[in-house]
Every structure is written in C-alpha cells, then in structure tokens.
Write a protein of this length. Structure first.
Length: 131
C-alpha cells in the first residue's frame, strides 16, 4: 500500500529532507504534496486524499498547532493522522499536541529508522519495499 503524504513546513530544505528520508526509509509513497504553512496544508487536505500529514509547529501565516485545531474542528484528525516533525519538543508541548489529536512527534533531525518506526506505529504494518 502506498501512502499519499502531505509535508507541511515553511522550510523548503526541511521538506526536501523529509522526502529523502521517506525514500531512504522505504516508506511506500503514492502522491507527495507539500505546503509552506498550515493554511496551505488545509487547502491541500480539502482537495486531495491524504493518508499521513507530517507538519512543523512554527510556521508563518498559520502554525502547525492552528492547522491541527482546524483539522480537529472539521473532524479531519479522526481519519488523517498528523505526525509533528519539529525541533521544539518539550514534554509539556508533546502532551498538549497528543491531547489535540496528534498521533506522533518526531524531533528534528529525523533518521530513516525513526521515521519508519513512527509510520508503522501510526499506520500499522504495511508491505515494506514490496516484500
């Protein structure tokens, strides 16, 4: 099963790093979408089927937290898991995000192994690499 993935981060470099890490981790990707802030991410979610969202917290226009709150209000978090990828990660912040419906938190920089493990945890086991 290939996943349609949305990466929401204001840094083009970080979006590229996450894409490359998905490839190295052998996460099966169908369509890959990018957004530079939460508002643009919500627009992608309204127009496309997304299986997993990777989102940063601190972004201009609309933060990751604001995006999550909007997704929660629209019942999108029930069917579309959000994984936060951020340098910010105090235990209090992580607990707050989990309460809001975030499925997992990965601290930057991310390793392929960590990414694979979190996707497995959030999405259940999938057929890795076609095996």
């Amino acid at each position: 099963m290939a996943f349609n993935i949305l990466i929401v981060d204001d840094s083009k470099t970080i979006r590229s790093v996450i894409k490359k890490t998905l490839e190295i981790a052998e996460i099966p990707v169908g369509e890959l979408y990018e957004a530079e802030n939460g508002q643009a991410g919500l627009a992608v979610l309204q127009e496309n089927w997304i299986d997993i969202v990777f989102a940063d917290i601190n972004m201009p226009v609309m933060t990751g937290i604001e995006m999550i709150e909007k997704m929660n209000a629209d019942n999108l978090l029930e069917k579309t898991p959000v994984i936060i990828v951020s340098t910010e990660g105090s235990q209090t912040r992580v607990e707050e995000l989990i309460k809001k419906g975030v499925r997992a938190f990965i601290r930057k920089p991310i390793s392929p192994e960590t990414l694979r493990n979190v996707v497995n945890e959030v999405m259940g086991d999938y057929d890795e690499g076609g095996n």
